[in-house]
Design a protein around this ligand. Structure first.
Ligand code: UD1
Length: 421
């Protein structure tokens, strides 16, 4: 088990290259199952969740080569439609593979994903949509999910909420369905657009990603060689910008899509940071002095402020002057990490879905535990801006979404190291 040890107080300064997006590469990896040819993915981040997804693909019969940031997948010969329980439990988002396996194999067996630190995370919308397409769903009560469909039927689906995972699952399931599938109230996240780009390269007639209505025309088979570059990780970009701001630093991030981080930059500007966008995916951040509180910010689906940046912004606001209110509308249980921030001296009270953050002059290093991915990133930000030493355990959660985070931060002047034990 590793821990991160941070000696706080160094201002971050320098350049960080932003890697490919975890939440884009996972559904695209699921989509490679539809291709009997070879899929080549570039700009893939080296993350534990990506490895778990590749292990799932291997269990289904795929072969893969992973060299640096390039992954090559051969899904010509699938031998199983069962997702091993251990792997499904390791990564809750393994549920996004449901639609692709069902489309390719006509059946899929997966253990029912449980809740996690940030909420119950039900999958009712995924199930309802697949049933609408003609799938038969069995065994939910036994903790296993068996979904079968000799043939899926294209249809109109109205999502109760623009769920990212449900939108992706339906897009993939619809690929081999008979006729057209229309998803209304679809999620608009950039990762959905990236999935659409990949599907188009495989020859799928899909349109509308990035809007609330996505249309997919079913086809018979896919066998092609496809090369696709994964979009940059907007949450990783936002995390490093927030870390720089919290330390009073100046940072340059490269390889980023400015529009994807528009809502994050809006907040950073409102608290006093100077953020500039340059051609070629370069964004700079300067912190001119003491930052000020943000009266109210609510998380919401894209293009709103992302729930995956909520902990990091709360951490940053804990040292801004004045009182900020952050309302979480996407996941019901996403403030648990604030208990850890209190140990560093933050003044945060949580009332239902709102966190009230009263800015303090300084944070003080402490021993804290990461219990989820973005909550863990929030602790790093707090540790970097605190006086003295912070020790963070539970680093395995952070590794799920950040590629060797300590190395990226060391390069821009952070005093952070990983120790085993
Ligand atoms: C994805 C992201 C995650 C991000 C989230 C919201 C991946 C791998 N993960 O997760 O990082 O935080 O989008 O931007 O891309 N819900 C239901 N029933 C369902 C499905 C969802 O009630 O069938 C609820 C969830 O509990 C949650 C909300 O809808 O409250 C949004 O969830 P969803 O958009 O589906 O998130 P994920 O796809 O799981």
């Amino acid at each position: 088990m590793s821990n991160l040890i941070i000696a706080g107080g160094s201002r971050l300064s320098g350049i960080i290259e932003i890697p490919g997006a975890k939440n884009a590469v996972l559904p695209v990896l699921a989509a490679t199952l539809l291709n009997k040819g070879t899929s080549i993915l570039e700009n893939c981040p080296e993350l534990d969740d990506v490895l778990t997804m590749l292990e799932i693909l291997t269990a289904l019969g795929c072969k893969y080569k992973w060299e640096g940031n390039r992954i090559e997948i051969d899904a010509s010969n699938l031998t199983s439609s069962e997702i091993p329980e251990l792997l499904a439990k390791r990564m809750r988002s393994s549920i996004i593979i449901l639609g692709a396996v069902l489309a390719r194999c006509g059946e899929v067996l997966v253990s029912y994903p449980g809740g996690c630190e940030i909420g119950m995370r039900p999958i009712d919308m995924h199930i309802k949509a697949l049933e609408q397409m003609g799938a038969v769903v069995d065994g939910i009560n036994q903790g296993m999910l068996k979904v079968t469909a000799s043939k899926l039927q294209g249809c109109e689906i109205l999502l109760d909420y623009p769920s990212v995972g449900a939108t992706e699952n339906i897009m993939l399931a619809a690929t081999f369905a008979e006729g057209e599938t229309i998803i209304r109230n679809a999620a608009k996240e950039p990762e959905i657009e990236d999935l659409q780009e990949f599907m188009k390269k495989m020859g799928v007639k899909v349109s509308g990603a990035g809007t609330g209505v996505i249309k997919i025309k079913g086809m018979k088979d896919i066998k092609c060689e496809v090369v696709h570059r994964i979009i940059p990780d907007r949450i990783v970009a936002g995390t490093y910008l927030a870390a720089a701001a919290a330390t009073g630093g100046n940072l340059v991030i490269t390889g980023v899509e400015y529009d994807h981080i528009g809502s994050i930059i809006y907040c950073l500007k409102r608290i006093g940071c100077i953020v500039k966008n340059y051609q070629g995916g370069v964004v700079t951040l300067e912190t001119p002095g003491k930052l000020k509180a943000l009266d109210l910010i609510r998380t919401s689906p894209y293009p709103g402020f992302p729930t995956d940046m909520q902990p990091q912004i709360v951490s940053l606001l804990s040292k801004c002057s004045g009182t900020s209110v952050v309302v979480e509308t996407v996941f019901e249980n996403r403030f648990r990490y604030t208990e850890q921030l209190l140990k560093l001296g933050a003044d945060i009270s949580v009332q239902g879905r709102a966190a009230i953050i009263r800015g303090v002059d300084k944070l003080k290093g402490a021993e804290v535990e990461a219990r989820d991915l973005r909550g863990g990133a929030a602790l790093i930000i707090a540790g970097l801006s605190a006086e003295g030493e912070t020790k963070i355990s539970g680093v395995n959660y952070i590794d799920r979404g950040y590629e060797r985070i300590e190395e990226a931060l060391q390069k821009v002047g952070a005093n952070i190291r990983r120790v085993e034990g």
